[in-house]
Write a protein that binds this ligand. Structure first.
Ligand SMILES: Nc1nc2c(c(=O)[nH]1)N[C@H]1C(S)=C(S)[C@@H](COP(=O)(O)O)O[C@H]1N2
Ligand SMILES: [Mo]
Length: 329
């Protein structure tokens, strides 16, 4: 492995890729246990960068481990190979292996993100400026896909609120629309009518401002692989994965709920809210449990129960007080 000088201090001795994955997973668990036993001051997990994880050989993007409630978990990380090899990024094809095969075509430089709409200071941000806008944090979130599988991913990023504050949302702004890159010269599936392109998603403004809502630039201590939504994507851990739009080019503050690609494609199946909810079945399948990718046993591994709000109820349930979540699915 080529160790560039800027990366050196990220790598504790003997923790390069020569350490087999099983060993560092185990070491990480030991560190977690030690931290737990040691009590208060240490967050109960070792950050990906601290354990020397540089599994993708992409540019380093370290993040200080977040101490925010909900931004950690003791569950085992999903192996890098699954996080980067089993993806939904329909612009590059609908097979789970297509993004890893095709997304190398995505051109992530130059890259700008337009932040506009009902804001006092609309602005276009170069990716270089976005990378410096706020301190990078590492957060370990569960990602639950509406299709019934889940992963545990160490993301690197900062709260979306940090970016939104820069543009000064007006009082009339109630929702936020997120628009992904749509470049027919690099994204083969744009020729198909499988979704309305560009891929568009939306959140209520208070959801977008919630401290758990992450603007992610990296995972496993490195910049995002293209197939995971480089150079920046949304991660909303309490909602089904499709709310977390990849490769963002536009963020627009608006008064009415924006139209979203999945809701347009199948309104009965994909609502605007899409909070993870084991009690509301998808019209074609139950959402009561999930398969954790990368666990021993593969397809035959025991499925685990899906938790309300994907396990983040303590942090986010109050956003929905008084709402009928069967109606607003
Ligand atoms: N632009 C775009 N963003 C997207 C998607 C997509 O097809 N296009 N798929 C979504 C779905 S369904 C999921 S589950 C997550 C998957 O993220 P991951 O591949 O990084 O695990 O990305 C979401 N963001
Ligand atoms: Mo998904």
């Amino acid at each position: 492995m080529l160790i560039r000088s800027q990366d050196k201090d990220l790598l504790p001795p003997a923790a390069s890729e020569i350490t087999p994955r099983a060993v560092w997973q185990q070491r990480r668990q030991l560190l977690q246990l030690a931290a737990l036993a040691g009590g208060a001051s240490l967050a109960p997990w070792a950050s990906a960068s601290q354990t020397g994880e540089r599994p993708g050989k992409l540019a380093a993007l370290p993040g200080a481990r977040s101490t925010l409630p909900g931004a950690s978990t003791l569950e085992a990380l999903t192996p890098y190979a699954d996080v980067t090899g089993y993806n939904n990024f329909y612009e590059f094809g609908t097979d789970k292996a297509d993004p890893a095969r095709q997304a190398h075509r995505l051109k992530t430089r130059p890259w700008t993100v337009q932040v506009e709409g009902l804001v006092g200071k609309p602005r276009s941000f170069a990716i270089e400026d976005l990378l410096k806008l706020a301190g990078m944090e590492e957060r370990i979130y569960r990602l639950r896909c509406v299709e019934g599988w889940s992963m545990v991913i160490p993301w690197v990023g900062y709260p979306l609120a940090e970016l939104l504050k820069q543009v000064q949302p007006l009082g009339s702004a109630k929702y936020v629309e997120f628009v992904s890159q749509a470049d027919p010269s690099t994204m083969p599936e744009l020729r198909s009518g499988v979704l309305d392109w560009p891929y568009t998603e939306g959140l209520r403004l208070d959801e977008a401002m919630h401290p758990l809502t992450l603007l992610a630039f990296g995972l496993y201590g490195e910049v995002l692989p293209n197939q995971n939504g480089a150079p920046l994507r949304l991660v909303v851990p309490w909602k089904y994965g499709f709310k977390s739009a990849k490769s963002l080019v536009k963020i627009r503050l608006v008064e009415q709920p924006p139209k979203t690609s999945w809701n347009l494609a199948a309104p009965r199946e994909y609502g605007f809210y899409s909070n993870v909810n084991p009690e509301v079945a998808h019209p074609r399948w139950s959402q009561a449990n999930e398969r954790r990718l990368g666990e021993p046993g593969g397809l035959f591994a025991k499925r685990r129960p899906t938790l309300p709000f994907n396990g983040y109820a303590a942090q986010v349930a109050q956003l929905y007080t008084g709402m009928d979540l069967r109606r607003f699915y």
